[in-house]
Design a protein around this ligand. Structure first.
Ligand code: SF4
Length: 69
């Protein structure tokens, strides 16, 4: 499973890194530091990835079966 964070949608609510501290972190302005990135989620952090996607009120976090082309 891959996690993708849409930089344009992220408004810095900070909920994602609050529920997924092992997967995500914040930058100096309160946005998720990994915005604009897409990477493979380690199996043991899939729960955190789902929690982060569910927590984002902007729908900025997507979980993907495959890496985008
Ligand atoms: S919860 Fe969503 S809007 Fe808030 S920092 Fe995370 S990705 Fe950005």
């Amino acid at each position: 499973m891959y996690i993708s964070i849409d930089e344009a949608k992220c408004m810095g609510h900070g909920r994602c890194y609050g529920v997924a501290p092992e997967l995500l972190s914040d930058d100096v302005e309160g946005f998720v530091a990994q915005k604009g990135e897409c990477w493979k989620v380690p199996d043991d952090l899939l729960g955190e990835a789902q929690d982060a996607a569910d927590a984002c009120p902007e729908g900025a976090i997507a979980l993907l079966e495959q890496a985008p082309a």
